[in-house]
Design a protein around this ligand. Structure first.
Ligand code: CUA
Length: 321
């Protein structure tokens, strides 16, 4: 209790001396509710402990003879008070929490919408103009943003701690989150639902920028002027690095160096020499052929990569000697 109390008070002191404006109105309101709950808990804890200590001394049994002499049965007024006051506190906390939850669940009509796909173990962001990014996305400040999220495989959870918002990302359905950032900055996103070996590395970075900067970013083609192999290298970074190295070192999947032209043996007893078609199939639909010694764990990338990125990845893998 004491260390907990200490950290809560320390946290409180830090937020109250924070010079930056609160990152969202919602986060500020939620923190106020949280501080209220901590405050009430601290006060109740002190009251109970002090009363407990006082009564232990004041009404302690003084001798053997006094045993069984206490004849107090109950006190209606006292019992009413100690039930009614907590009821009022709980009701306040409930209504307060409910109002905030209502806010959390209702994105404004004019929200900017971004689609988010979770998959083992990265995040893909797709904008209305078709722009796709992995593990990194940009949003304008002072504009409500709604994330429409789904998963390609297992349960994930999208969590932006600074914004105090978190939502499960579930295969087969859409869930959503919304926020309106009051200031620019970089913010960390975590996957906060245990989703397998790469869970701890399933991270994303959110950049909040001005509307103008965001529009420029949205119109910019990140692959402009790059060779196919360079496009592949860009697409590879972040998306593939949790499971694959560019050397021979094994991670969750095989290392990719020297893969082109190498012989692969599969769990179905067949084998082949690696060519472009095998690489394409292994990226889009990896469970078709499972290499002996590796788990059938890679998520299909069909629909997540553009043709350009796919060709880029194949060309990039071919350069890994
Ligand atoms: Cu995705 Cu943990």
């Amino acid at each position: 209790m004491i260390p907990l109390l200490f950290f809560s008070l320390k946290g409180y002191a830090q937020t109250s001396t924070e010079k930056l404006p609160p990152v969202t109105d919602y986060a500020e309101k939620l923190d106020t509710l949280y501080h209220f709950l901590v405050g009430i808990s601290v006060v109740s804890c002190i009251l109970v402990i002090v009363a407990f200590a006082y009564f232990s001394i004041r009404y302690r049994r003084k001798s053997e003879k006094e045993q069984g002499s206490a004849k107090v049965s109950h006190n209606t007024l006292l019992e009413f008070i100690w039930s009614f006051i907590p009821l009022v506190i709980f009701a306040v906390a409930f209504v307060w929490g409910w109002i905030l939850y209502y806010d959390f669940k209702r994105p404004p009509e004019n929200s900017l919408e971004i689609h988010v796909y979770g998959q083992m173990w990265n995040w893909t962001f797709v904008y209305k103009n078709g722009k796709k990014t992995t593990n990194e996305f940009y949003v304008p400040s002072h504009k409500p943003v709604k994330l429409i999220m789904t998963s390609k495989d297992v349960l994930h959870s999208f969590f932006i701690p600074t914004f105090r918002i978190k939502q499960d990302v579930v295969p087969g359905i859409y869930t959503s989150l919304w926020f309106k950032a009051n200031r620019k900055g970089k913010f960390q996103v975590f996957c906060t639902e245990f989703c397998g070996t790469g869970h701890a590395n399933m991270l994303a970075r959110m950049h909040v920028v001005s509307l103008k900067e965001w529009e420029d970013w949205l119109a910019h083609d990140p692959y402009k002027g790059l060779s196919l192999a360079e496009i592949g290298k860009k697409a590879f970074q972040g998306r593939c690095t949790v499971c694959h190295t560019t050397t021979k070192e094994k991670r969750i999947g095989p290392g990719l160096s020297g893969l082109m032209g190498a012989k692969r043996e599969f769990t179905n007893g067949k084998s082949l020499m690696v060519d472009e078609n095998y690489l394409r199939e292994s990226i889009l639909n990896p469970s078709e052929k499972i290499v002996v010694g590796f788990p059938n764990q890679m998520t299909p990338f069909a629909g997540t990569l553009s043709e350009e990125e796919l060709s880029g990845l194949i060309e990039y893998i071919k350069t890994l000697k």
